[in-house]
Design a protein around this ligand. Structure first.
Ligand SMILES: [Zn+2]
Length: 388
């Protein structure tokens, strides 16, 4: 058909005509299209196209000509234009295939992640990221080798998933062991697989975003996360994002003795999004209640909000929103024989912060006696010097 796409008839009009050739549509006497027949056999649009094709007055042999130039002769310019157009049409056709697979697209756009993460994944699926492969194709780059390993073509799938340099990111065998077991041909295929077979879509998505962001920052000589931190940081980022969406805050408390040994620790989730001062005040109240429950009678309450700690040291009423919470603290303080308030810098308090973040991933409250969760053992050590 004299049109761009599809050039073939969508369906063969009538099965009896399957082996017929075009000449049955031409009146041999007048050398004109047999309009009745054309209109009877084809869809309206196709019939119109056929009727527009000029016919010679004498029957002649079939010839091949190039339909994408005005004179029927092939030129490299028209060839290039044709390929470009074909690519666009393929893209559109590809999109309609994906429509069949619309569950994947639907799931992608409904992910519980920031918008920029969704957009990045969508672009990766369409090979629309400026990977080396895509820059090479557009003649912007002279080669297509991966910027990390220099050993393979860098398309989306390689840059974000299969590059060996990313073993450190996708190394957790409890989450990503299928990376060594399942082969994917494209990023889109990988994404579909993850949607169908795992519950990891959101974590996968933010990790992919972090990998791409880290790659670009390194290339631009900007400060970037170390590659071995990406998995951990992505998990943390996702937990914090989702907690904000779910309107949650976390409290973490560590009780240590004078030598720095842990008496007890806890993580508690609060189903509200609170300001820093509010959460610090609430944490102070919770810490005193917790300490009193485990039998501590003399304590120093450390917090890293200078405002809250100074307010606790003052006797007067605080008119801020967290004033009522501070009243709670003062009532609870009566359970102690001795209680002092001390401001500590955030760095000296990283264990409590870790526990507060951890709280966002638990249903309610977790308590550890004479211990902290194993993932915080290293933090426990770094916090210790403040006790020497
Ligand atoms: Zn690589």
């Amino acid at each position: 058909m004299p049109r761009m796409h599809p050039t073939l008839l969508s369906v063969c009009p009538i099965s009896d005509f399957e082996d017929s050739s075009v000449d049955i549509l031409i009146d041999p006497q007048t050398r004109q299209w047999n309009v009745e027949m054309v209109e009877g056999l084809f869809h309206e649009e196709e019939a119109e196209l056929i009727k527009q094709i000029p016919l010679s007055s004498v029957a002649s042999e079939d010839i091949l000509y190039w339909p994408y130039s005005s004179n029927g002769v092939y030129s490299s310019k028209s060839g290039y234009q044709f390929l470009k157009m074909e690519e666009e049409l393929m893209d559109r056709a590809h999109d309609s295939v994906v429509d069949d697979d619309s569950q994947v697209w639907k799931r992608l756009w409904s992910m519980n992640t920031p918008q920029k993460v969704k957009t990045l994944l969508w672009r990766a699926c369409r090979e629309a990221l400026p990977t080396k492969c895509s820059l090479f194709r557009r003649k912007i780059s002279e080669e297509d080798l991966c910027v990390r390993c220099r050993a393979a073509t860098e398309n989306s799938l390689h840059a974000l998933w299969s590059c060996t340099e990313l073993d450190l990111v996708w190394g957790d065998p409890e989450l990503w062991s299928f990376r060594n077991e399942v082969q994917f041909l494209s990023f889109k295929e990988l994404l579909s697989w993850i949607i169908k077979h795992t519950q990891l879509l959101e974590l996968f998505a933010v990790t992919v975003w972090s990998i791409w962001n880290q790659r670009n920052r390194v290339r631009l000589n900007q400060p970037a996360d170390a590659i071995h931190q990406i998995a951990y940081l992505s998990k943390k980022w996702l937990a914090e994002y989702q907690a904000r969406q779910e309107k949650k805050s976390g409290i973490g408390v560590v009780i240590r003795d004078t030598r720095g040994l842990v008496i007890a620790s806890c993580s508690k989730v609060v189903h509200q999004v609170l300001s820093v001062s509010d959460i610090e005040a609430l944490a102070a109240a919770w810490a005193l209640s917790f300490a009193s429950d485990v039998g501590v009678r003399r304590a120093i309450l450390e917090g890293d909000s200078l405002t809250v700690i100074s307010d606790l040291r003052e006797d007067g009423k605080v008119l801020a929103l967290y004033g009522l919470l501070l009243e709670d603290v003062k009532v609870l303080s009566l359970h102690f024989e001795e209680l002092r308030y001390s401001h500590t810098k955030r760095e000296g308090n990283s264990l409590a912060h870790g526990l507060a973040r951890y709280a966002l991933s638990i249903p309610d409250l977790l308590v550890w006696m004479e211990d902290v969760p194993p993932q915080f053992y290293s933090v426990l050590q770094t916090d210790l010097p403040s006790f020497s």
